[in-house]
Design a protein around this ligand. Structure first.
Ligand code: ADP
Ligand code: MG
Length: 266
């Protein structure tokens, strides 16, 4: 992949949508992996479910300190970085305490800015990364808010199904609110259609609908529904290391290329 444009490193991208099961975590793992092909990447698991951590081979039992320690305890990022099976991709896992963070953050000073502050606390370390991906939980609570305040942009995965646009105003309104109050520079990285089914005409209709609404904000790349994508996490691997020739791996490779291309145009 081409080098990132000359701008402040790293580019921080949040994967957010208050709906669960739309492909946030799958996209976080697999986009991070593709970007790590030519760049240094950090993935921070902000979902108490910890699926991004499991999907990169860090099981619940061995998770140790992670994003809770970073946000709530103020532990230095350096102590929380974990290697993954993917060269050049590091992970801050979701620790077991993260489920309590939503509630505990409420009482803390600067509760929406904890992640931004934590990343800014070690400029030399963070500048060593080209991309930081933030995998958000399926809600618009304080964990997602922390991600949107820390990020340069948001990537919103949408499942290609009949009600795809239903509920999308919740995330777009939240992005608007964050822009007004907390992070004026927050951009929409793009809308990603996931679990696209070529054999189903409905997928094409839904895709047209979403493109009609969000125009060129929708990635040209669509992620097909592909069994290999859903099998890979149980092996603790991104799909490209599990089955590089699968349509899922190819689609995520195309997405990575498109993200880099769009950034050069920006
Ligand atoms: P979210 O993080 O938004 O809750 P996930 O990425 O965990 O969503 O995806 C939900 C489920 O759908 C997971 O079991 C995942 O393996 C599966 N999945 C995601 N994308 C695809 C795809 N393109 N093809 C097949 N299964 C997928
Ligand atoms: Mg998830």
């Amino acid at each position: 992949p081409a080098p990132p444009p000359d701008r402040a490193k790293p580019r921080i991208i949040a994967l957010a949508n208050q709906k669960g099961g739309v492909g946030k975590t799958t996209t976080a793992i697999n986009l991070a992996t593709v970007l790590a092909g030519g760049h240094k990447v950090l993935l921070i698991d902000l979902d108490p479910q910890g699926n991004a951590s499991t999907g990169l081979g860090i099981d619940r039992a061995e998770r140790g300190a992670g994003s809770y320690a970073l946000l709530v305890d103020g532990r230095p990022l350096e102590e929380l970085l974990r290697p993954t099976p993917v060269p050049n991709l590091h992970l801050v896992p979701a620790d077991s305490d993260l489920a309590g963070a939503e509630v505990e953050l409420v009482a803390l000073e600067d509760r929406e800015r904890r992640l931004r502050a934590a990343l800014a606390a070690d400029p030399a370390l963070i500048a060593g990364f080209d991309y930081v991906l933030l995998d958000c939980p399926p809600s618009l609570g304080l964990l997602t808010l922390n991600a949107l305040v820390a990020a340069h942009s948001v990537l919103v995965p949408l499942q290609t199904e009949f009600f795809a646009l239903e509920g999308v105003s919740q995330i777009t309104q939240t992005i608007e609110r964050v822009r007004r109050a907390l992070n004026p520079a927050l951009a929409l990285e793009g809308i990603l259609l996931t679990m696209y089914d070529r054999r189903n005409n409905l997928s094409e209709l839904v895709a047209q609908d979403v493109r009609g609404f969000f125009k060129d904000k929708v990635f040209e790349t669509v992620i097909p529904r592909n069994i290999r994508i859903s099998e890979a996490p149980s092996h603790g691997l991104p799909v490209s290391l599990y089955d590089a020739r699968s349509p899922g791996a190819q689609a995520y490779a195309a997405l990575g290329a498109e993200v880099l291309r769009r950034q050069q145009r920006a």
